[in-house]
Design a protein around this ligand. Sequence first.
Ligand code: PEP
Length: 253
Amino acid sequence: MRKQIAAANWKMNLSYQEGEQLLDAILNSGIALSGNRFAVFAVPAPYLAMAKSKMANHPNFYVAAQNMYSKKSGAFTGEISAPMLVSLGIDHVIIGHSERREYFNESNELLAEKVKIALEHNITPIFCCGEALPVREANEQNSFVSTQLQESLFSLTAEELQKVVIAYEPIWAIGTGKTASSEQAQEMHQHIRNEIAAKYGKEIAETISILYGGSVKANNAKEIFGKPDVDGGLVGGASLIADEFNQILSGLK
Ligand code: PEP
């Protein structure tokens, strides 16, 4: 069975101490994950080492960076490189979140480079894709997401692609309280899987975890995650509340 993942995206929220408290509340709640069920915490960069040390005795709990640069080192003030993440033992990174695309002008081409360099360093990219409201209203979401996949992922080999986690996040549902219906999520996830199958074959497509993101909460996670092509979620707001995120974790298949 594919990996089922609940990934928390804290974005630029919480102090260091609040982050510690939140992780302690989740990890000490008695929740345990095994088999194909995983939790990933994408914490702000200054908290990566702290979060990593807290996961030490918690199998299937991982830490992710929220972003990473496309170069290995050099004069790129303020950026974080893949080798830096490796040196902290961090093995997941979110690539291409819609906020990075929108506010930091990250293009599909740049994201292709970031995915590639993450994979070269054995870091799992959680690659985000998804359409804005006008695209959905024009019913062009499928071709829009296909282009994102083609331009950022489809030059990878099949072996490389199998190491990528995809997160479908309709922008109109992020932080808005407006969730895609579980049917809309399933429809797009199936489309993404079909696109992968067309390029790499059905067998490869069946192995790729595709997460849904966009106002996932304790009260809707189970229904959304229950859809056949949805393999968990990327969660913003609700991941900042221990009880909410624990319930979301329990909603994994
Ligand atoms: C996100 O940050 O990727 C996200 C989906 O946020 P929210 O759950 O708050 O909509």
